[in-house]
Each structure stands twice: as structure tokens, then as C-alpha cells.
Design a protein around this ligand. Structure first.
Ligand code: FMN
Length: 260
């Protein structure tokens, strides 16, 4: 199969999924089209034709595809379009997220030719209590490039997209059930200079900076911690008991898992 264009599509508040998608996509053509859905609230259809390929990457929340990311991806339409699927997770587990992404993209007209679960620094990781700190690292990025390379070779040697389809993607159906999250959000300590970075990076537009402070809508916040990681003054904090629990129990590094 000849592929004309590679589309690198991601929803990635803290950039782990983006970085893996860019590395995987680099093997699939020299001038990829990049579609960043992280803060894109539009609902117009994005159609990807059969002679192109889509690398699609999203984060894992509670062992499933982050719900807001799944919502963003609903705009995508394939036409038996080959897709390379990526989830990134914070070194605990990705459980049913990859198979959920595979099912969703299949129902929207894509054919999965490769799928991978990669480790990214956990959203709740913080100095002194790291969880997957520094991931994806250079080795993860190298694995992602080889992953993209292998998917490209598979497509090049296949007569049809269906011949290149994955045999298996890890995960259970029905997917694990997730309880409705309690509305909570990061808060801002003294020392905030009202620069607005927290509002500018929030994927759900939950943060508002006024003349006197930072207001966060707890019902909109998805706890991605983009605002925490990008605060130039380091005064944005998300206090959760999960940080210590994850740091204690999931420190042993996990490796990427790939399916072809
Ligand atoms: C609400 C929430 C739930 C999460 N659940 C999981 C999980 O079940 N397993 C895991 O290993 N990491 C989990 N993480 C960590 C993210 O999957 C990880 O940091 C991911 O790489 C973030 O992707 P991004 O940088 O593209 O936004 C969770 C993060 C958040 C904010």
C-alpha cells in the first residue's frame, strides 16, 4: 500500500502522548500533518482518507482512555484508513485503554495496523514523590520510532489495509468500570504573579485568571495537571493522596508494550 500523508493526531495535556506520537509518526513520511486536539473544542468532522495514515495518541485515566480525549477524537472519520494507536500511562497500568481506543477508532472507520502502550511521567508525580519521572525518555522515544518504522514496513508490504490489521490488542471487554470522579482541582499558593499560563494550558478551559487570583471550576477540571507542570512560579499544586500511593507502589519502571 502506498501512503500519501501521515496525520499525527493527539490530545495530550502534559505532552507525553504528543511526544510518542511525533516519534512514531517520524517514520511515516517526511512532512506529517499535526492535529493537536488538546484544547480544540470544535465538533467539525476531520476526515482522513484511505490513502493516508493516522497516528492517534491519548492519555490513560483510570485504566481507560481519558474521557475528554475520547470526546475530542469523536470528530475523526476514517474510510478504512490505516491507524497507529498509542496510549500513554503513568507507570501504573493501562488496563483497557488501548482496546477501548482500538474499538472507538474502528467504529469511526479506521483499521488499526499497530498499537502501543507507552509510559509517561504520571500527572500526579512531583519532586520528592516521582512516578515515572522523565518518561518518555530517550529509550522510549527510540522504541516509538522503531514502532512507527515497523508499522510503515507492514503497510508498505501489504496489498490492502485489512491484510495489515493488528491480530490482537491487549485489554478486556467489557472495559473496567470507573466511578464518577469527585470534583476537585489544583489550587494556587502565594507567589502567583497572575501570568495566566495555567489558563492557557488547561484543556477544558476550567481555569480563569482574574485581577485578584486564579479561579478553577472543579466540575470542569479533569486533573490532568498541565497547569501544575507548566506553572512558571511552581505555585500551582494538586494535593492528592494518590501521589504517595502511586510513588510507593508503582516505582519499578514498566516498558512499552507493542501490538502488530
Ligand atoms: C485523572 C488521571 C487518571 C490517571 N490514571 C492513570 C492510570 O489508570 N494508570 C496510569 O498508569 N496512569 C494514569 N494517569 C497518568 C497519565 O496516564 C499519564 O501521566 C499520561 O502519560 C498523561 O498523558 P499526556 O502527557 O499526554 O497528557 C492518570 C492521570 C490522571 C490525570
Amino acid at each position: 500500500m502506498d501512503i500519501k500523508t501521515c496525520n499525527i493526531i493527539y490530545c495530550s495535556p502534559t505532552h507525553n502522548s504528543r511526544d510518542i506520537a511525533l516519534a512514531a509518526g517520524s517514520a511515516l513520511g517526511s512532512e506529517p500533518r499535526t492535529i493537536d486536539l488538546t484544547r480544540d473544542l470544535s465538533d467539525s468532522v476531520i476526515a482522513i482518507p484511505a490513502d493516508e495514515v493516522a497516528v492517534i495518541a491519548v492519555p490513560v485515566y483510570a485504566g481507560r482512555v481519558a474521557p475528554f480525549a475520547l470526546g475530542r477524537l469523536r470528530r475523526l472519520r476514517g474510510d478504512a484508513t490505516p491507524a497507529i494507536l498509542v496510549v500513554t500511562y503513568g507507570n501504573r497500568d493501562y488496563e483497557d485503554a488501548l482496546v477501548e481506543l482500538h474499538d472507538a477508532m474502528t467504529s469511526q472507520g479506521f483499521v488499526t495496523v499497530a498499537a502501543g502502550a507507552f509510559v509517561g511521567e504520571h500527572s500526579y508525580s512531583r519532586p520528592g514523590m516521582p512516578i515515572g519521572e522523565g518518561r518518555p525518555d530517550s529509550e522510549d522515544v527510540a522504541v516509538a520510532r522503531r514502532f512507527g518504522d515497523r508499522a510503515a514496513s507492514k503497510l508498505a508490504s501489504a496489498e490492502s489495509v485489512h491484510e495489515a490489521a493488528v491480530a490482537y490488542v491487549k485489554g478486556n471487554r467489557p472495559y473496567r468500570s470507573v466511578s464518577t470522579p469527585t470534583p476537585t482541582a489544583p489550587h494556587t499558593l502565594d507567589g502567583c504573579v497572575l501570568c495566566g499560563t495555567c489558563a492557557d494550558v488547561c484543556p477544558t478551559y476550567a481555569v480563569r485568571v482574574t485581577a485578584t487570583g486564579v479561579e478553577t471550576d472543579k466540575n470542569l477540571c479533569v486533573k490532568c495537571c498541565a497547569c501544575v507542570k507548566e506553572c512558571p512560579q511552581k505555585v500551582r499544586i494538586f494535593d492528592t493522596p494518590y501521589t504517595e500511593m502511586l510513588h510507593k507502589n508503582f516505582s519499578s519502571p514498566r516498558e512499552p508494550e507493542l501490538f502488530f
